[in-house]
Design a protein around this ligand. Structure first.
Ligand SMILES: *Cc1c(COP(=O)(O)O)cnc(C)c1O
Length: 409
């Protein structure tokens, strides 16, 4: 069979684009059949000129809106100066980002990487080495505790502690050194901690699991227990952080400071993959030259964009919009809830709508919403998640609520 790829892809219809992906890309995704070719704020336009409201925001990577003018301007400016040096040399964007991001986090130092999964891998290496060199755990014995239904990324080590069979099947053998406990259960954490435990890795709200909010006070209890037992509290705020929950960090909605933040997604402003592990100088001092790194980690283009992201977050503009519109949204959603809906969960502008099995799959509702001009995504069969860009206005939110009301009857 011969495969012909057209040399000119500019004049293709949406269906032709989808066909190309079907033929020439690995089938590791099952996207909705919409081909985005332009975007602005909360709106995207497909290859055939149809407009949609984006109620997913690239899983919160586009928190500040598509093609955010401030972020695009900084990226363009940096593109023409210098984009990549590798860490073999210094660049004039990395130092300022480290200082500004550490300050935003109430921390002292950062280790920059690119994707979220790399950030998580980096946090795992940090915790293990901290365990051996500072806590005094015997070599090769470090244990990290994680939760059921977690999502921390897709590398071989990270899927080793996933409880989702599809994430693991066919990818073994797996990395040892992890124990899985029930999410939201502080007694389970207390029982799991032993002398060799170095860290508890947790999402403050579980995103991919379906916007699962732990019981009130859980994060505070985690904080206290980790301090008492001398283990690192690692908050994976890759999706929950940077405005989504109506605060700079989800942990701050409960006035809790972890030992380590893992950040990603929105840190790159929807432009670049930028992730970081943010912690104290002491904890990050476990790394010495040659221990760990990344060719693109800390590149000047990524750092310039991330610096602007930090600057934007310091204004509280997007966090306060998520907070205020979140307070408006949840009562409205409860008001249009029908017997099809089992539960509505979330915080800020982050919503999971779980459908009863008798009401069909969440994917069906996402497809109907797509036909209505609204894009969102199902997770774990029964849950639809909403996570609009945080620049959304009340009128736009009303528009989305009306569309939802239409498909929930
Ligand atoms: C998306 C996500 C990751 C992985 O990030 P990638 O950039 O896709 O590697 C890790 N943790 C959480 C909580 C996430 O939502």
């Amino acid at each position: 069979m011969s495969v012909q790829a057209p040399t000119n892809t500019s004049g293709l219809t949406g269906l032709q684009h989808i066909d190309l992906v079907e033929r020439c890309a690995a089938h590791n995704y099952h996207p909705l059949p919409v081909v985005v070719s332009q975007a602005d704020g909360v709106w995207v336009e497909d290859a055939d000129g149809k407009r949609y409201m984006d109620m997913l925001a690239a899983y919160s990577a586009v928190n500040f809106g598509h093609c955010n003018a401030e972020l695009v301007a900084v990226a363009k400016e940096q593109l023409e100066r210098v984009t990549l040096t590798s860490r073999a040399f210094h660049n004039d964007q990395l130092g300022p980002l480290c200082e500004q991001l550490a300050e935003l986090c109430g921390m002292e130092a950062i280790l920059p990487m690119n994707t979220g999964a790399e950030g998580v891998e980096t946090a795992i290496k940090t915790a293990r080495k901290w365990g051996y060199t500072i806590k005094g755990v015997p070599a090769g014995k470090a244990k990290i505790i994680c939760c059921n239904d977690n999502f921390h990324g897709r590398t071989t080590t990270i899927v080793s502690f996933s409880t989702d069979t599809q994430c693991r099947e066919g990818f073994g053998p797996f990395t040892p050194g992890f124990e899985i406990i029930e999410y939201g259960n502080i007694d389970a954490l207390r029982n799991a901690i032993d002398d060799n435990t170095v860290a508890f890795l947790v999402e403050p709200i579980q995103g991919e699991a379906g916007i699962i909010v732990p019981p009130p006070g859980y994060l505070k209890q985690v904080r206290d227990l980790c301090s008492e037992k001398n283990i690192l509290f690692i908050a994976d705020e890759i999706q929950s952080g940077l405005g989504r929950c109506g605060a700079t960090f989800c942990c701050r909605t409960e006035n809790v400071q972890p030992d380590v933040f893992i950040l990603g997604k929105a840190l790159g402003g929807g432009i670049m993959p930028v992730s970081a592990v943010v912690s104290s100088r002491e904890i990050l001092s476990v790394f010495t030259p040659g221990d760990h790194g990344s060719t693109f980690g800390g590149n000047p283009l990524a750092c310039a964009v991330a610096r602007k992201v930090v600057e934007i977050l310091k204004t509280d503009k997007y966090q306060s919009n998520a907070r205020e519109l979140g307070e408006y949204l949840f009562p409205r959603l409860h008001a249009i809830k029908t017997e099809k809906v089992k539960e509505i969960r979330g915080r800020g502008l982050w919503v999971g709508i779980e459908f009863r099995p008798s009401a069909g799959k969440a994917r069906d509702y996402c497809e109907r919403l797509m036909n209505e001009g609204m894009l969102c995504k199902d997770t774990h069969e029964q849950t639809m998640r909403l996570a609009p860009p945080l620049c959304i206005t009340r009128d736009e939110l009303d528009w989305a609520i009306n569309k939802l009301e239409k498909v929930l009857v």
